[in-house]
Structures are given as structure tokens and as C-alpha cells.
Design a protein around this ligand. Structure first.
Ligand SMILES: [Zn+2]
Length: 214
């Protein structure tokens, strides 16, 4: 498994190449370049969210907790005009349930180098991000651009993980490490999981369709 520094370096190189390439082919203006760069780097960390001990998963739930707790606090203060006590309970309750209950559930559902380290994982990530960006009010061009950039970083991570599996030969030539083939698989080996993924992809495609046309 490639380390955090290797993923950062690859993400930066990919982000820069993707950004410059898109500018050169006049797909985007120069102002987009830093955004594409950051999006690719974010993508290059996403697959390791399935690693329970990793920093990405802690950071994700922490940031998500702060954003949602602040939104709940603001809603209670501004819309409901709730008491200070109710606001404090609402804010801490939201932050706590995301950082304990939701994180616990996420960790139980994902295994390291599981489905998030697969090509289907890339597709699901792009579709989730694209629908989130569209729901946030981004234009279709921008949402596809950013979710695509994150997808490039994501794919780069899988390729790097897989390449390092081949290169590290456990000291014995031509006997690859056990992790070989775990990072860049097409999908899951379980039929039930694959059916579930197919349903998820269809639902996400439908959702994207509604958001684009609606
Ligand atoms: Zn990985």
C-alpha cells in the first residue's frame, strides 16, 4: 500500500497535468486551474477513507460534523428561534451523532481495500459528487468538471496502490505481494454486493438525470 506522501505527490502531479492539459486544449480558462489542482488532490485521498485508522476518515467526519452542526445551530437560532439550551443540545447532538454513530456505521460497512478500491468505486464517487454539486446549484459543465477531476485523482490513487503492489516483490522476484489485484479490481467478488452496487449506480444516474433536467 502506497503511503500518504506518495499519494499526495501523485495527486499533485496529476492535478497539475490535468489542469494544464485542459487549459491548453481551451476546455477551461486559467482561473479554473487551482480548483482542478485541488479537486484532483482531494480525489487522490478519497479511496483510503475505507482505512479505519487513516487521517482521511477522521477529517471527513470532523469537517462534515462541523458543517452540519453549524447548519443545525443556525437553523435553530434563525428559523425556530429556539432557546440557547436547545441550540447547544442541537449543535452537540448533531456533531456527536456524525462523529460517533455515523462514523461507526461507515467503518463497519467499509473494509480496507474493499469496494472503494475498485473501478466501480470510481464511478459511484463521480456520480455522488456530481449530484451533490448539481444540488448545490453548480452548472452542469462545472459539476462534471470538478467531479471528473476528483475521479481522476481517485483513479490515480488506485493505479498507484496497484503499481506498488507489483513493484514490492516481498524480497522474492516474481512473487507479488498479497495485496496485488486488490486496488484496481473492477468490482466486488460478492454477487450480492455487485447487485447492490448496480442498484446504487442506477439510482444515482436517475438522480443525476432529474437534477440536470429539473
Ligand atoms: Zn489505497
Amino acid at each position: 500500500m502506497a503511503g500518504y506522501k506518495a499519494h499526495l505527490a501523485t495527486g499533485m502531479a496529476l492535478g497539475l497535468s490535468a489542469g494544464i492539459g485542459l487549459v491548453l486544449f481551451a476546455v477551461i480558462s486559467l482561473t479554473y486551474l487551482p480548483l482542478i489542482f485541488v479537486a484532483v488532490i482531494i480525489g487522490s485521498f478519497l479511496p483510503d477513507l475505507d482505512s479505519d485508522t487513516g487521517i482521511p476518515v477522521k477529517l471527513l467526519f470532523f469537517v462534515l460534523g462541523i458543517i452540519l452542526a453549524a447548519s443545525v445551530g443556525y437553523y435553530l437560532y434563525d428559523e425556530v428561534e429556539a432557546s440557547v439550551y436547545a441550540i447547544v443540545v442541537g449543535v452537540w447532538g448533531t456533531f456527536g451523532s456524525i462523529n460517533f454513530a455515523l462514523k461507526y456505521l461507515f467503518k463497519r460497512l467499509t473494509t480496507h481495500r474493499g469496494i472503494m478500491h475498485s473501478l466501480v468505486g470510481v464511478i459511484v464517487a463521480i456520480l455522488i459528487l456530481n449530484s451533490a454539486f448539481l444540488a448545490m446549484g453548480l452548472q452542469i459543465f462545472d459539476s462534471l468538471l470538478f467531479s471528473g477531476a476528483i475521479g481522476i485523482g481517485y483513479l490515480g490513487h488506485l493505479v498507484l496502490d496497484e503499481t506498488i503492489s507489483i513493484v514490492n516483490l516481498s524480497g522474492i522476484p516474481f512473487i507479488p505481494k498479497k495485496s496485488l489485484g486488490t486496488a484496481l479490481k473492477l468490482s466486488s467478488s460478492s454477487l450480492r454486493m455487485n447487485i447492490a452496487l448496480l442498484v446504487i449506480i442506477l439510482v444515482l444516474l436517475y438522480l443525476n438525470g432529474i437534477l440536470i433536467t429539473g
